[in-house]
Write a protein that binds this ligand. Structure first.
Ligand code: BMA
Length: 340
């Protein structure tokens, strides 16, 4: 048993590698056979990246952002025994409305996958007369029923907490504008029923450190730990040569998650390998999922690299929580309840 604990069932076959000896500046370390999904992975899909996975049955299931050969992104289903080698369907996930009629979004990207009380929710970015959030539920990964779009445009990077908090569903999101937004903070909204969303709260602003000085967006569904909700998110900086996306870490209060208890001033992972620095969009590490195995404390982070590949990185609960706490620098707006 480690110093800190995490909620949730054991994930016995979680992908894992020990931290290589002698590695410095690496609170999170990369899988040495990255990328785990390479280019042209299935017919009519040129690139798969920014994707989310969960344990399912004896293995894993995932929702994958597939950039079709016509350039339009959609979501594809994949299964895996080990969380590393994936069998991805060549057909897009077929979404229906509540009457069972086809209800496909015009496009869908950056899916997140969260299980709450036995139901799986896929949350993605889509057109709703402007970029906003789509959401669907499934229990069996055979039928996928669209729910009401939670927010009006413009919004991106929405992710649900994996359980109700104070009896409410809670979603993080990043309100934005119609373009490739040069700003953005993380907010939180509550719903009693997954239809009506309100009681909006500000969670975190872009950071004062260079790597997250332009905008931030929530990444993986938060992991519940004894210190609070462990959130891996992305932070963006604007360089003279374009945006750089790094992975950051914060810990939110368990009962009032709009309060940031700790926020790491250092990035946890920033582009440095060829598959992160070179690709369709260079210099992107974009986390969309994190698995935890509570008994061992092992954590596996899935992130998109350079808008071209799916990659894996590892850390463990004690190490990452101590690192975030040890390098924490919260500002006034982080620690507020987030209501004005
Ligand atoms: C963001 C999103 C992500 C993408 C990133 C870098 O705005 O569109 O899907 O990975 O830009 O291109």
């Amino acid at each position: 048993m480690g110093k800190y604990t995490a909620a949730g069932p054991a994930v016995k076959h979680i992908p894992w590698q020990e931290k290589p000896a002698g590695l410095v500046n690496a609170p999170v370390w990369r899988y040495n056979e990255n990328p785990v999904i390479k280019r042209n992975p299935v017919e009519n899909v040129a690139r798969i990246f920014n994707s989310a996975v969960l344990p399912f049955g004896d293995g894993f299931i995932g929702v994958f952002r597939g950039e079709q050969t016509d350039g339009v992104p959609y979501i594809y289903l994949g299964t895996s025994g080990d969380g590393i080698r994936w069998d991805i369907s060549k057909d897009k996930i077929k979404f229906s409305d509540s009457d069972g009629r086809p209800a496909m979004p015009l496009y869908a990207y950056d899916p997140r996958l969260v299980k709450i009380d036995g139901t799986y929710y896929i949350i993605w970015c889509q057109d709703f007369y402007g970029a906003s959030i789509g959401i669907a539920e499934t229990k069996d990964f055979k039928t996928f029923t669209r729910l009401e779009n939670p927010f009006i445009p413009f919004n991106r990077n929405a992710v649900l907490f994996p359980r109700k908090i104070n009896g409410q569903f809670v979603m993080l999101s990043r309100p934005s504008d119609s373009g490739h937004t040069p700003f953005g903070d993380i907010f939180l909204s509550e719903s009693p029923d997954m239809v009506y969303w309100g009681r909006h709260r500000h969670v975190m602003s872009k950071g004062k450190e260079w790597w997250e000085s332009l905008k931030i967006g929530s990444g993986a569904a938060p992991i519940e730990t004894s210190e609070g909700w462990l959130l891996f998110y992305h932070g963006v900086s604007g360089t003279c040569n374009g945006y750089v996306y790094s992975i950051g870490g914060a810990i939110l209060d368990t009962d009032n998650p709009s309060i940031v208890k700790y926020r790491c001033k250092n990035f946890l992972l920033t582009p440095q390998e060829w598959y992160e620095e070179r690709g369709f969009v260079p210099n992107v590490c974009f986390p969309c999922a994190a698995l935890v195995d509570p008994p061992s404390g092992k954590i596996a982070i899935y992130y998109g690299a350079a808008d071209s590949y799916v990659c894996l990185a590892f850390t463990n609960l004690d190490y990452i929580i101590d690192y975030i706490k040890g390098n924490s620098d919260v500002n006034e707006s982080d620690t507020e309840i987030g209501k004005r």
